[in-house]
Design a protein around this ligand. Structure first.
Ligand SMILES: Cc1cc2nc3c(=O)[nH]c(=O)nc-3n(C[C@H](O)[C@H](O)[C@H](O)COP(=O)(O)OP(=O)(O)OC[C@H]3O[C@@H](n4cnc5c(N)ncnc54)[C@H](O)[C@@H]3O)c2cc1C
Length: 331
């Protein structure tokens, strides 16, 4: 990892006030808020687009309210979304309502399920309306610049052509997610928490007569756990497996998984044939960890870069957004 001394003189070096590394929920929200406050901000994102599947699509009432406050509520409402209003649990034959979002204070009494790329596109479009905002896609940060005192003074990166460059900044904010390159370059080490599970995620088209519209449904039976979320024409289905058991369990045929899921969710085997092979089953390697200290001189870490969340409750996106709000206010 590069950690270049700030000796100056490099041709073509650029400068910004705040360099945000990573255009996920934390980075795009921070970029938008700082730009609206008139701060010159440059977001560097290594991918060419925001497309990701099975990545934190749960936009909670707190984030929906924030979007209203930012004047983005109407634009958000035009995105393709499902509204989850209730969490039901089915545990060993007994069904009950575990969470009823109609009791949440405020205007939005639901969790909006919105593809994360649509949400990020919306933030990027709103931020691009601010003259002090720059978003550079296909730009991968490779390390940090530091001065003689060790203060972070910006980043090193490679652009879309693989050409290395440097961006000097008064402040660098690491929003580059759970495997943060910036965090590692800064020598900040998260404290890990033990996690007993990983998660398999699949899409299953649910037969119409079994639709549980607007619901998250958690089923627990015989030591197995699965959750389904209504996504309109399919269910986003999460099935818990023991930590590290992915390869061992995939040694079974995929029909073994279809059977288990069918038994657990009491689903029609025909619908489950949509899971054609293990390629349709994505592994979420669940990790949890938190930095004991989120900053170094000239550098701040927020979002997953500071605290990788368990997927339980779908809070990751919303905490990343809240970090951005808190950071923007202080900055
Ligand atoms: C498979 C999966 C499923 C999840 N499901 C949910 C869910 O249902 N609900 C929920 O709330 N949360 C979920 N999460 C967690 C959620 O996605 C994160 O908590 C949230 O996205 C954190 O936002 P962030 O902006 O901090 O980081 P990220 O969303 O991880 O964004 C980091 C960004 O930085 C970019 N980046 C990384 N390295 C570099 C670099 N070197 N240079 C430039 N850019 C870089 C990445 O491309 C990415 O765009 C899930 C996570 C995973 C992995």
């Amino acid at each position: 990892m590069a950690d270049s001394a700030d000796k100056g003189g490099r041709a073509g070096r650029e400068r910004t006030t705040c360099c945000v590394v990573g255009g996920g929920p934390a980075g795009m929200m921070l970029g938008l808020l700082l730009a609206r406050a008139g701060v010159e901000v440059t977001v560097l994102e290594k991918h060419g687009d925001f497309l990701r599947d099975f990545r934190g699509d749960t936009v909670h009432p707190s984030t929906l309210r924030l979007l209203d406050e930012l004047g983005l509520g109407e634009r958000f409402a035009r995105l393709p979304a499902q509204r989850l209003t209730e969490l039901r649990m089915h545990i060993e034959g007994t069904t009950f309502v575990a969470a009823d979002l109609s009791r949440v204070p405020g205007r939005h009494k639901y969790i909006a399920m919105v593809p994360q790329w649509d949400f990020l596109d919306l933030l990027a479009t709103a931020a691009a309306e601010e003259p002090s905002f720059t978003l550079r896609m296909r730009t991968a940060v490779t390390g940090l610049r530091t001065d003689a005192s060790g203060r972070v003074t910006g980043v090193t990166y490679t652009d879309e052509n693989g050409t290395p460059g440097e961006l000097a900044a008064d402040l660098t904010v690491a929003c580059d997610g759970r495997d943060s390159v910036v965090r590692a370059a800064a020598g900040l080490v998260p404290r890990p928490f033990e996690v007993p599970m990983d998660v398999w995620q699949v899409r299953v088209p649910a037969p119409d007569d079994r639709r549980k519209r607007g619901r998250v449904f958690l089923s627990v039976r015989d030591g197995q756990v699965a959750a389904t979320m209504d996504r309109g024409d399919y269910y986003q289905t999460s099935y818990l497996i023991a930590k590290g058991a992915d390869a061992r369990l995939r040694a079974h045929g995929v029909e073994w998984f279809r059977e288990r899921l069918g038994d657990l969710l009491d689903w029609d085997r025909e619908a489950l044939r949509a899971i054609e092979s293990w390629d349709d089953v994505k592994l979420l390697d669940v990790t949890m960890g938190r930095l004991p200290r989120w900053y170094r001189d000239g550098l701040l870490c927020i979002g997953d870069a500071a605290h990788t969340m368990s997927p339980v409750g779908g809070v990751g996106v919303n905490l990343a957004v809240q970090d951005a709000c808190a950071a923007a206010r202080h900055l």
